[in-house]
Write a protein that binds this ligand. Structure first.
Ligand SMILES: [Zn+2]
Length: 123
């Protein structure tokens, strides 16, 4: 997965904005609604996309948060991976519809199989 990372000036701006405290806030990072982590970033900092770049989040200070490694880990494990999987599935499905080629699940375990010469049929 290629990511558009935050540039150095953007990271610096976010770090300044954070005041040296973790900006992770709310459910997205496993915290209570409206609660900010505020952990000291002197022990480590990650710059996290609030809206992941693969679904249109830009690498701007507005879409970023300077967070502590703990919050970063939590979000990565609980949000980014499941969403990335879902996004991939949805876009594969869309491609299948658009191309009108057999992007249907034609694996042996699927309920559709591809026919020689194109098209699919139900088993
Ligand atoms: Zn934190």
């Amino acid at each position: 997965m290629s990511r558009r990372e935050f540039s150095k000036p953007v990271r610096r701006e976010m770090l300044q904005r954070s005041g040296g405290k973790c900006e992770a806030k709310g459910e997205l990072f496993g915290l209570a609604e409206g609660v900010r982590c505020n952990a000291d970033l002197a022990y480590g900092v990650r710059f996290e996309h609030v809206l992941p770049d693969y679904i249109g989040g830009a690498p701007t200070p507005e879409n970023g948060a300077a967070v502590c490694p703990k919050c970063w880990r939590w979000k990565t494990d609980n949000h980014d991976r499941p969403i990335a999987d879902k996004t991939r599935r949805v876009s594969e499905k869309r491609q299948g519809l658009r191309q009108k080629r057999s992007s249907f699940p034609t694996a042996r375990t699927g309920s559709w199989k591809g026919k020689i010469g194109g098209g699919v049929e139900r088993r």
